[in-house]
Design a protein around this ligand. Structure first.
Ligand SMILES: NC(=O)c1ccc[n+]([C@@H]2O[C@H](COP(=O)([O-])OP(=O)(O)OC[C@H]3O[C@@H](n4cnc5c(N)ncnc54)[C@H](OP(=O)(O)O)[C@@H]3O)[C@@H](O)[C@H]2O)c1
Length: 303
């Protein structure tokens, strides 16, 4: 665990970054950057002891941002939805701004770039290895993240910045994630769209584990970057975890198999186990805790 460091976290109020920022702020000076498109996010960060910096990665200069951060966790990005509207904007935020930020913070001891399993070409029913080729999972988003990895690799190598590229595959917890979105659909009585190449394998990673892995990743930077899948140690299908959550809630899980659904993201975690270790929260415990956090009034069946 880190202490006494000066740490910049972008996308600091987001699903992935906020629990990490909150934990780091207990023992470090933490600055959180975002647009604060939801103004309440600013209070949320300040209440957690995080100093806020308002910037739009798409257009703002970093000239007035300190350049003496010892660590940077870069999670700010146009994610799916926003990313698919305008490819030039998405490349500006996800690729160019990532390069500008890494260059600006090149004196850091560690820079984590949040990449994604969505940058892999789908390999069918086998886990995705770090050496697998890039491809399109979601159009602009995947392409911009592939571009960002190339840019990050060049800057890390050129300026000798210790960097870790984490390829995030399905986080979940009280703040959301794909399993939370599927839970919400079931609670609303709606069908869950899944890819027809069933079953849909994933390795979801719960909040407690990704906080630990996120902080550890900051300390593992290399030049050129260490590239590692970032996921839960256990593989479970979306079908199985949805059925499990439905059973806890006494509701029905209904699936609709459609080519419009994203291909599953099933990461190979062999290298992750070597460098980051194993995750601790069993998926059943994580799913139960997520339901309790998001639907505290709903009674849950034992199991
Ligand atoms: N959650 C997952 O399972 C997952 C999977 C794969 C990869 N990732 C990666 O992990 C990172 C965090 O994702 P997330 O799921 O936590 O998404 P998120 O909750 O949407 O967080 C992203 C944050 O980025 C900020 N942001 C977006 N556009 C910005 C801009 N133009 N300028 C400044 N800040 C901007 C947003 O805050 P404002 O709107 O206030 O600016 C938002 O809080 C991203 O890089 C994403 O690609 C996540």
């Amino acid at each position: 665990m880190l202490s006494g460091e000066k740490i910049l976290i972008t996308g600091a109020a987001g699903r992935v970054a906020f629990p990490i920022a909150r934990e780091l702020a207990k023992n470090n000076e933490v600055h959180g950057m975002a647009r604060f498109s939801n103004p309440a996010d600013r209070d949320k960060l300040q209440q957690a002891g995080i100093e806020t910096i308002r910037k739009d990665l798409a257009r703002d200069s970093f000239d007035d941002v300190p350049d003496d951060y010892t660590y940077v966790f870069h999670a700010g990005a146009a994610v799916t939805g926003e990313a698919e509207r305008d490819w030039q904007y998405t490349f500006e935020v996800n690729a160019q701004a990532t390069g500008r930020l890494l260059y600006h913070c090149r004196s850091a001891k560690g820079f984590v770039h949040c990449s994604t399993g969505s940058q892999y070409k789908y390999q069918g029913h086998r886990p995705l290895k770090e050496s697998d080729p890039p491809g399109i999972h979601t159009h602009n988003y995947s392409l911009s993240k592939i571009a960002a990895e190339a840019l990050v690799t060049w800057i890390s190598r050129q300026y000798d910045v210790p960097t870790t590229i984490i390829r995030i595959c399905s986080t979940y917890g009280p703040t959301g994630g794909a399993p939370a979105s599927r839970l919400d659909l079931m609670v609303q009585g709606k069908e869950i769209p899944l890819h027809p190449d069933k079953p849909n394998y994933f390795n979801p990673i719960y909040e407690d584990d990704y906080v630990e892995f996120g902080i550890k990743a900051l300390t593992l930077g290399q030049s050129p970057p260490l590239v590692v899948n970032w996921a839960g140690s256990e593989t479970v299908t979306a079908e199985e975890y949805c059925e499990y959550m439905a059973g806890l809630l006494g509701i029905e899980a209904r699936f609709r198999y459609t080519d419009e659904a994203y291909t599953p993201l099933w990461p190979d975690v062999t290298f992750m186990h070597q460098v980051l270790g194993r995750t601790k929260v069993h998926w059943k415990d994580g799913m139960r805790r997520m339901i309790q956090a998001r639907y505290p009034d709903r009674p849950l069946a034992p199991g």
